[in-house]
Design a protein around this ligand. Structure first.
Ligand code: PMP
Length: 417
């Protein structure tokens, strides 16, 4: 009898029968509050009726259009719809299937467009699991250990991670920008650097938001040296942070945005957006793929965009995000085990630390397990896996946030006493 490979690691023992909205119903008949949203994917909730209807209708018309052979209506329609929400000037789109593929597409574009070899990423960033994107991932060695040689030309600069340094945000930001300049002087000359690749909020790296001054510093250096600013919005896009794009919080203009996850409510779809001028610097046919821009995924994405707009999900993420952050801070106030609570919108992380201020992954894992046993599904993140993150669907209600916070408080108390 065949079995799933042991190389796959599962955060909870749950086997799902079906999902509806914010809940996952398991095969034992339990109802679980899903505060993982499939790692930030099911923003419209599980099986939103409008997404289901759009996908079902499309399945009966065309499943696989194959965009390097023929063009199809759902892809053209989605491209037009995305034009309404993309940052101004980023009106040229290329589609792929996963976040990793799209990050890699942005890297290929940046190297081809600039003719430069290097890319600078920021410490704690996660950009994927393919060998190239694992090379760009510094949120934990677990993503790159044992697969070397990694891709050459990747250099790492500090992210303004104030809590980790034990500094205020201004000091951490000044330090990060100063080190970036030092990197130009010592490791990757600015004129050999094709791009900065950065998340607005470190996701897998522990839910650490960037800030306006830091992004202004990156933009200024990008302009001065002809470096492209690639913003990886895979986890932060489509309303997740309480604004449409994560980088909207920091008033910065990207040259490329990378999109996936919340784009299509769970159907595999990703992409990059840039100006037509930039995209034209890569030659036609330099990127493609068998499945990219799948017709059913595109139809689901168009319906997802309509739901985000019609149900005010960006505003809901902002309001419910505040409620969740405030509630998580109240829980942290009652225990010394949680050293920091932070986030933007419906991306909220609680960082577990020991009395000496060291990362406490054992307590984080125990609390995550205790929450799952009480019907609240959560994930961990951070270099040491000591941050428990809450990332519910954007359709979550005030009552469901309260329900989750009550379980959270109970789970934390059960482990930390
Ligand atoms: N970039 C970011 C910011 C992500 O959070 C992820 C996935 N967690 C990826 C890229 C990779 O996406 P995928 O798993 O779809 O390849």
């Amino acid at each position: 009898m065949a079995q799933l490979s042991p190389l796959l690691k599962q955060a909870t023992p749950v086997v799902v029968d079906h999902g509806e909205g914010v809940y996952l119903y398991d095969t034992e008949g339990n109802r679980n509050l899903d505060f993982t949203a499939g790692i930030g994917v099911t923003s419209t909730g599980h099986c939103h009726p409008r997404v289901v209807a759009a996908a079902q209708e499309q399945v009966g018309k065309l499943i696989h259009g194959q965009y390097t052979t023929v063009m199809h209506k759902p892809l053209l329609e989605l491209t037009e719809r995305l034009g309404e929400v993309l940052p101004s000037g980023l009106d040229s789109l290329f589609f792929a299937n996963s976040g990793s593929e799209a990050v890699e597409a942005s890297l290929r574009l940046a190297r081809q467009a600039t003719g430069r070899p290097n890319v600078i990423v920021f410490h704690g960033g996660f950009h994927g699991r393919t060998v190239a994107t694992a090379s760009m991932t510094t949120s934990g060695t677990r993503f790159s250990a044992g697969i070397s040689p990694l891709m050459a030309g990747v250099h790492v600069a500090p992210f303004p991670n104030a809590f980790r340094y034990g500094w205020d945000v201004k000091t951490a930001t000044d330090f990060a920008l100063q080190e970036l300049d030092y990197l130009f002087a010592t490791v990757s000359a600015a004129n050999e650097t094709a791009a900065f690749v950065i998340e607005p909020v470190l996701g897998e790296g522990g839910y650490v938001p960037g800030n306006t001054e830091f992004f202004a510093g990156l933009r200024q250096r990008a302009d001065e040296h002809g470096i492209l600013l690639i913003i990886d919005e895979v986890q932060t896009g489509f309303g997740r942070t309480g604004k449409f794009w994560g980088h909207d919080h920091f008033d910065v203009r990207p040259d490329v945005v990378v999109i996936a996850k919340g784009l299509a409510s769970g159907f595999p779809l990703s992409g990059i957006a840039a100006s037509k001028e930039l995209m034209s610097k890569a030659w036609p046919g330099s990127q493609g793929g068998t499945y990219g821009g799948n017709a059913v995924s595109c139809a689901a994405a168009a319906a997802t965009l309509s739901v985000i707009q019609d149900e005010g999900l960006v505003e809901n993420a902002a309001e419910r995000g505040r409620q969740l952050l405030d509630g998580a801070r109240l829980v942290a106030d009652k225990t010394p085990a949680i050293g920091d609570v932070r986030g933007l919108g419906l991306l909220v992380g609680s960082e577990f630390t020991t009395a000496e201020g060291k990362a406490d992954s054992a307590t984080a894992a125990a609390v995550q397990k205790a929450a799952a046993a009480r019907g609240l599904l959560l994930l961990t993140c951070g270099a040491h896996m000591n941050v428990v993150r809450m990332i519910p669907p954007l359709v979550v209600t005030a009552e469901q946030i309260d329900e989750a916070l009550a379980i959270w408080a109970d789970a934390v108390a059960s482990v930390t006493g």
